[in-house]
Design a protein around this ligand. Structure first.
Ligand SMILES: NC(=O)C1=CN([C@@H]2O[C@H](COP(=O)(O)OP(=O)(O)OC[C@H]3O[C@@H](n4cnc5c(N)ncnc54)[C@H](O)[C@@H]3O)[C@@H](O)[C@H]2O)[C@@H](O)CC1
Ligand SMILES: Nc1ncnc2c1ncn2[C@@H]1O[C@H](COP(=O)(O)OP(=O)(O)O)[C@@H](O)[C@H]1O
Ligand SMILES: [K+]
Length: 569
């Protein structure tokens, strides 16, 4: 599934209208119809579930996050309020009302501004809606709701406040209480910056109203490119995304604001994305097979032998972090590498003997404290001769002159490399990755947001603000495959491709999960996948394994351990 930025979506719209000759009005018609259909389907779903789930249904999005539950009454008494902005997003809402009316659902329009301010196609849709007899209101102070104050009072300006006692009665009287649900057609991909007034107040009030919200294209207040949310951003149950999935819907906190995301075709041929050279995808089975050309069955040749499936060498582990190297090694084995060896400090090795009988161990440092030493670099380089892939970093720790140590391995080994954990921290303190020579073989970096911040020399908050943009720039600039971890992990290639993962589980937020991923990616590379293929397929499989492991911890996913992920690979 393609992922687009707001600008790419505009270009695709323009191409469709100007080059393919599909009228803009016809796209808007399809958009509004799709939104109406999703509202109708949602009401239907509500009704079906009402018998046994009186509190309304909870929806899940692709990442398995549950959104708020809200109550929706009997469908026959549905009355939806459509919030209309003055751009084409509002135009979509104005189309939707006609289809909802035809489906027997009562609708009222609430314009953010004087409807006469609408222009172009949105103005034409306004006229059609008004001529069809659809009721409308224009935003005014009486609609303004305020969040509960610290004293716990719920204040609703514009409503006659009585001193006490009748808060609930007041709440039931506010204008929003007449409606069963809200369609947010205020702002779409043309939105810039924080919503201005009165949009900010409308968004805030809609959220406070407690009514279920279905967003047209994107929740108003969401940055369509980064997934950042404005101070006032619609919190939707469902987002009906039009034509192509917007980047910002894939990343948190935007993904939470969007609720369940449904991507609906509006008549723009999907092939236009390929023609336009779009390079960002959500990782799905189709994308793994068709875009990344991966045999996802991972079928083994009947006459295969251990040499067929490659040899991973993990370089890491130290007395204080012995488990990290062990977990990376075990997951490389579990994902199917023919052979795995682990280079580790000799002191540590003595304690590890027998833990994983399948694993070969290489004593690599004679430090009495079980730490690494920089003078091991040449020995390690010699030892790597038999390996097909190197995984450097899990549990490595920091040590004197580790910078030179890493640079020797970086330059003097020819194998594909996965770099994680302290391997990345060493790199960020090196004189600058840009001054290190580019490796000829595939090089995969797997930072979590904190490590990414150190690598890029910015704050973690800066990274989280635009994960896709940062990952893309870093991978292109340094010629590496970058795996920016965390919920909705991003894989970026040196050529500017982006792959966003949706598998995974919050139970995986536990020490060691990343070491498992290092083993998975390096193990897949040993079996012949490129760095990009292994990274994209690896994060997908790792997330699935995490989901599976969480299912087994019935009732308490917080009890998930990284080792459980290995057992579910
Ligand atoms: N051909 C097309 O371009 C199509 C567009 N479609 C819809 O049109 C949307 C994009 O439409 P537009 O480009 O008209 O833009 P929007 O409707 O998203 O918003 C633009 C309007 O909002 C105002 N605005 C921008 N930022 C604001 C802010 N921070 N606070 C308050 N007002 C702000 C602008 O002045 C402008 O009037 C899409 O999201 C989609 O819903 C669909 O109808 C399908 C076809
Ligand atoms: N909430 C979450 N949803 C999905 N995946 C998650 C979540 N939290 C963590 N993960 C995954 O777990 C792994 C954690 O890696 P990392 O932070 O490096 O852990 P460690 O350094 O302890 O091994 C990453 O692959 C990350 O994407
Ligand atoms: K919207």
């Amino acid at each position: 599934m393609y992922i687009v930025t707001a600008q790419q979506m505009r270009d695709l719209d323009q191409y469709t209208i100007e080059q393919l000759g599909i009228p803009a009005m016809s796209l808007m018609e399809s958009a509004g119809k799709a939104i109406a259909e999703e509202v109708i389907a949602w009401c239907g779903g509500q009704q079906e579930e009402q018998a046994d789930v009186p509190r309304g249904r909870a929806l899940t999005n692709e990442g398995g996050i549950r959104s708020d539950e809200r109550v929706i009454p009997d469908r026959s008494r549905q009355h939806w309020l459509v919030l209309v902005g003055k751009g084409n997003n509002g135009g979509d809402g104005l189309v939707a009302v006609r289809y909802l009316m035809d489906a027997g659902i009562a609708v009222t329009l609430l314009y953010a501004q004087d409807p006469q301010e609408l222009t172009g196609h949105a103005a034409a849709q306004r006229d059609a809606a008004h001529r069809s007899g659809i009721a409308y209101r224009v935003w005014s102070e009486e609609w303004n709701l305020h969040a509960e104050t610290e004293e716990g009072n719920k204040q609703e300006s514009g409503i006659n406040h009585t001193a006490s006692g009748s808060k609930q009665a007041e709440h039931n009287q506010h204008p929003w209480s007449n409606y069963t649900g809200i369609i947010d057609a205020l702002l779409g991909t043309g939105s810039k910056g924080e919503p201005r007034e009165p949009y900010a107040s409308i968004i805030r009030s809609a959220n406070i109203s407690g009514k279920p919200i279905i967003a047209a294209d994107i929740p108003s207040g969401l940055n369509a490119d980064t997934g950042e949310v404005a101070e006032n951003c619609i919190q939707a149950q469902v987002t009906v995304c039009l034509a192509f999935l917007k980047q910002g819907l894939t990343q948190y906190p935007g993904a939470t604001a969007a609720g369940e995301v449904v991507v609906r075709s509006i008549g723009i041929p999907r092939s236009t994305a390929k023609q336009a050279g779009l390079r960002a995808h959500l990782i799905t089975d189709d994308v793994l097979r068709d875009v990344l050309q991966i045999d996802t069955s991972r079928a083994r040749a009947i006459d295969g032998h251990k040499g067929t499936y490659g040899h991973v060498m993990v370089i890491g582990g130290s007395m204080k972090m012995s488990g990290a190297g062990l977990m990376a090694s075990r997951s490389a084995l579990r994902i199917g590498s023919g052979l795995v060896s682990w280079a580790l400090p000799e002191q540590l090795m003595k304690h590890m003997v027998g833990h994983v009988p399948e694993l070969m161990m290489i004593p690599a440092s004679e430090d009495p404290d079980g730490q690494w030493k920089a003078d091991t670099a040449q020995t390690i380089v010699e030892q790597t001769a038999k390996a097909d892939v190197l995984a450097i970093g899990p549990g490595l720790g920091r040590f004197e002159d580790d910078n030179e140590w890493l640079r020797t391995l970086w330059e003097e080994t020819q194998q594909p490399l996965v770099l994680d954990a302290d391997g990345l921290n060493i790199l960020s303190e090196a004189e600058g990755l840009s001054r290190w020579p580019r490796r000829q073989a595939d090089t995969v970096l797997t930072p979590h947001p904190g490590e990414m911040a150190r690598l890029a020399g910015v704050s973690t908050a800066d990274i989280q603000r635009d994960r896709i943009g940062i990952a893309r720039d870093f991978a292109s600039k340094h010629g590496v495959v970058l795996v920016l971890k965390g919920a909705r992990t991003i894989v970026a290639s040196p050529q500017g491709d982006i792959f966003v993962n949706t598998t995974g589980h919050p139970g995986m937020a536990t020490g060691g999960s990343g070491d498992v991923l290092t083993g998975v990616i390096s193990g897949l590379m040993a079996q012949g996948l490129s760095g990009l293929q292994a990274a994209a397929f690896g994060v997908h499989l790792h997330g699935h394994a995490g989901e599976e492991a969480a299912r087994k911890r019935t009732g308490n996913p917080a009890s998930l351990l990284a080792g459980d992920i290995i057992e579910s690979l």
